[in-house]
Design a protein around this ligand. Structure first.
Ligand SMILES: Nc1ncnc2c1ncn2[C@@H]1O[C@H](COP(=O)(O)OP(=O)(O)OP(=O)(O)O)[C@@H](O)[C@H]1O
Ligand SMILES: [Mg+2]
Length: 282
């Protein structure tokens, strides 16, 4: 179970986010980036945020605390933007909050190198959960107190958009290749072998169950093909443990891409040395 808070004030929309998350204050005096269940991405994006985010935390990766946020849409009364008002009106009740990291910068791989060990762990994890949203265009990492923090796992676990097919052929999901060509950390020489030895043993059925247990029941209720929320949670455990067991089939492709370092963003042109500057025509 995630900690539960009640929103007390809508501060501002975060327009960088496609789902229009909002910055909110809550009754515990905390400030949260709130992702609304009424957003176009729907409740599955919130489920993916929790299952992947809590699993990442179990693997020792830094993820801001996740909480559930109770919302009274009346808090948006004074919001001038109709889009925001509609979003709040459609999001009464339970929503998802991430602890707001004040002053955090969007991660820029050209400005900060988190090192091979960290890069390997993030890339390995992203390959496991099929995260297509950690590219150099949109890193979905924040630099805070000189360390990278992972955010935005809403686009992971895409197999849950077609449970019927996934459960009919779990092996296909387990071996599905991960396209790492655009991954934001390719330039950090990710150490995938170290990550694989350290993290694979941690992705146990119990670990996935615990991550899925943090998802509130209402977001797993009435899922076609399942009798109850616990059955859905068990399906996440089935698929992710199968995927970890089959890692020898998807990891080599990721390793190859990482070794080639393809699709690295063009490196910034170095400053010309002083001796050259003096000789350049003005
Ligand atoms: N915990 C946080 N602390 C500080 N800033 C945050 C936090 N979470 C998100 N942000 C800011 O809000 C932006 C949008 O967040 P996020 O990427 O999670 O939303 P999204 O709607 O899923 O975005 P998209 O799908 O467009 O990437 C981030 O790029 C970041 O600038
Ligand atoms: Mg994002």
């Amino acid at each position: 179970m995630l900690r539960h808070v009640t929103a007390t004030r809508y501060v501002t929309p975060l327009r960088e986010g496609g789902s229009l998350p909002g910055l909110m204050e809550a009754d515990d005096l905390g400030t949260y980036v709130v992702k609304f269940h009424g957003a176009g991405q729907g409740r599955k994006a919130l489920v993916a945020e929790i299952v992947s985010g809590e699993l990442a935390r179990t693997l020792g990766l830094p993820v801001p605390e996740l909480v559930t946020v109770d919302l009274d849409p009346a808090l948006g009364r004074t919001e001038p933007d109709h889009e925001v008002q509609d979003l709040l009106r459609n999001s009464r009740g339970l929503n998802l909050g991430l602890d707001y990291l004040p002053g955090a910068l969007d991660f820029d791989p050209l400005a900060f190198d988190p090192g091979s060990e960290f890069a390997g762990r993030v890339l390995w994890f992203d390959a496991l959960v099929g995260n297509v949203d950690r590219s150099w265009r949109n890193a979905n990492m924040l630099l805070w107190h000189r360390a990278a923090h992972l955010i935005d796992h809403g686009a992971t676990l895409t197999f849950h958009h077609g449970w019927k097919a996934a459960l009919a052929d779990p092996a296909a999901v387990a071996v599905r290749p991960y396209d790492a060509r655009d991954h934001v950390l390719l330039g950090s020489d990710p150490d995938l072998d170290a990550a694989n030895s350290a993290l694979a043993p941690l992705v146990t059925r119990e670990a996935v169950r615990a991550a899925a247990a943090a998802v509130p029941d209402p977001w797993l209720t009435d899922e076609p093909g399942f009798d109850d929320p616990d059955e859905v949670r068990e399906a996440y455990a089935d698929i992710l443990t199968a995927r970890v067991a089959a890692r020898d089939l998807w990891l080599p492709g990721v390793r190859e891409t990482a070794a080639a370092g393809r699709a690295r963003p063009a490196t910034r042109a170095p400053n010309p040395p002083a001796w050259l500057v003096g000789r350049l025509p003005r």
